[in-house]
Write a protein that binds this ligand. Structure first.
Ligand SMILES: Cc1ncc(COP(=O)(O)O)c(C=O)c1O
Length: 304
């Protein structure tokens, strides 16, 4: 991780190395924090944060879903603080991590009276799946770790505790020699990856799991809208595990990962094994978009 100058903690810019927390921080023990992952990019008009308003909205929505009440900052304050973190650290491009967490002073399962803290960090972060993955595609394992059920409140919330499933599935994939994991729901239907949504290309159309059992990704939504702009039909549908290998192309989407082609699933090569034409077209459209080269969607960028 590349260190920068400051982390924003409860309204103050704190030197990076001093932005620490007490051992008895509630969220450290019980996974009771909610967070976001946001990217910002270098453009001709300076750094631009991608869909900042939507990310801040989802952060507050996550807090609401898990019953985190009386947040000490408003959406507007968090929006402004995120811009300030990028500005004060003089960053051109990278990743932003805001996290609301129950701080020091309360232990036990209930959170009554627990103090809520907010931290916001930003740092330079290159391709999550590496340059090689983005160019040539990654290998996927179908995980035995079941994604959250649609009846779980956590499915639509970025609550830290529930990311243990993602961490476990990711490590299991890496330990087995794969790059990433595809997670199924309790009925064996394709849900999503450890930190990404999944798309198949079948006969020129995009097919992606519906919203019920996935974290509804902001990148997913962006790709769906870009696909429509390009005249590519998008279908939200149940995807059986068996359908994965008969797809013409497959790619995954997420803020950290961006758009990454899938080269093989469980060792079976998909198509030619190289990124397909629709995947490559959407990768380029997404790159243009986030770098300020799509006038139609310029409102998705907040310039710092
Ligand atoms: C489980 C999961 N699915 C999908 C995504 C993709 O969401 P987004 O595109 O909003 O980053 C993420 C990342 O936040 C995630 O953690």
């Amino acid at each position: 991780m590349q260190e920068v100058d400051f982390i924003w903690l409860n309204g103050k810019m704190v030197p990076w190395k001093e932005a620490t927390t007490h051992f008895l921080t509630h969220s450290l023990h019980y996974g009771t924090a909610v967070f976001e992952g946001i990217r910002f990019y270098k453009t001709d008009k300076g750094p631009a944060i991608f869909r900042l308003g939507d990310h801040v909205k989802r952060l507050f929505e996550s807090a609401k879903i898990v019953g985190m009440k009386n947040l000490p900052f408003t959406e507007e304050q968090v929006f402004d603080a995120i811009k300030l973190v990028v500005k004060e650290n003089k960053l051109e491009s990278g990743y932003i991590r805001p996290l609301f967490y129950y701080g020091y002073g309360k232990m036990g399962m209930d959170t009554i009276g627990a103090k809520i803290d907010l931290g916001i960090a930003a740092w330079p972060w290159g391709a999550y799946h590496g340059f090689e993955g983005v160019q040539n595609g990654i290998s996927m394992k179908i995980s035995s770790i079941v994604r959250h059920s649609k009846n779980s409140p956590f499915v639509h919330s970025k609550v830290s505790g529930s990311y243990y499933k993602s961490t476990f599935a990711k490590m299991d994939a890496l330990d087995s020699g794969f790059d990433e994991a595809i997670m199924l729901d309790a009925n064996g239907i394709v849900a999503e990856c450890t930190g990404e949504n999944l798309f198949l290309v079948k006969e020129g159309k995009l097919v992606t799991p519906g919203e019920k059992e996935i974290l509804v990704g902001i990148t997913r939504d962006s790709i769906m809208q870009l696909a429509k702009d390009e005249g590519i039909e998008v279908v939200e549908s149940v995807i059986e595990k068996e359908q994965l290998n008969s797809a013409d192309e497959c790619f995954i989407t997420g803020t950290a990962a961006e758009i990454v082609p899938v080269g093989s699933i469980e060792g079976k090569t998909l198509g030619s094994g190289k990124p397909g034409s629709i995947t490559s077209k959407l990768q380029k459209a997404y790159s243009d978009l986030v770098h300020g080269k799509n006038e139609k969607r310029i409102k998705w960028l907040d310039f710092v």
